[in-house]
Design a protein around this ligand. Structure first.
Ligand SMILES: [Zn+2]
Length: 98
């Protein structure tokens, strides 16, 4: 089966998921029963880092969409527009006593 897994891995490498479809998932391998957190989800399957099998199941979705893309360091800059318009003003204390 290893050859088949290699072909699958190649397919996945050639077809990265678009950022808005990316997910970070925890998986469990049916072949070696290794649990692997924070794997990149792909519709073709998720490879077990321990035995390279794609016979894995998603146990938990950690993150999805642009957040997942950020976790995986896949492109896309931060769009943090913090518009802090702190209230101005303060009264002018003209205590001009004469
Ligand atoms: Zn495995």
């Amino acid at each position: 089966m290893a050859a088949a897994w290699e072909a699958r891995a190649r397919d996945i490498a050639e077809h990265p998921m678009p950022a808005d479809l990316q997910r970070v998932v925890d998986i469990m391998c049916n072949d070696c029963e290794t649990k692997s957190p924070n794997r990149n989800w792909h519709f073709l399957g998720i490879q077990c880092p321990s035995c390279n099998s794609f016979n894995t199941v998603v146990e938990n979705v950690v993150s999805s969409g642009p957040n997942a893309a950020a976790i995986n360091g896949g492109g896309g800059g931060d769009n943090n527009n913090n518009n802090n318009n702190g209230g101005g003003g303060g009264g002018l204390a003209n205590g001009g006593t004469r």
